[in-house]
Design a protein. Structure first.
Length: 86
């Protein structure tokens, strides 16, 4: 008699007791930390990034910190380029 187990999503192994590592390979980007869950993962994004895989750079110019000057978005920072004469 051969018994074949069909594991629920997220598990594998002879007795379906091994959690599949959804962080291998690491889907998180930009130096984020991957935390394995059951049939899922969560990325802890470093400052300046967001999104499921931390692939989206947060636009630090969005609140218009430079007022009338030109704002250049950086990683978790911004630079204001002042008008001539300021």
């Amino acid at each position: 008699l051969i018994i074949i187990c069909h594991c629920v999503e997220g598990y594998t192994g002879k007795n379906c007791s091994v959690n599949i590592d959804d962080c291998s390979p690491n889907p998180c980007q930009n130096g984020a930390t991957c935390n394995d869950r059951v049939a899922d993962y969560q990325c802890d994004c470093p400052n300046g990034f967001r999104g499921r895989n931390c692939s989206e750079n947060i636009n630090d110019c969005a609140p218009d910190p430079c007022v009338k000057d030109t704002c250049f978005d950086e990683i978790n920072d911004y630079t204001c380029i002042c008008e001539t004469g300021y």
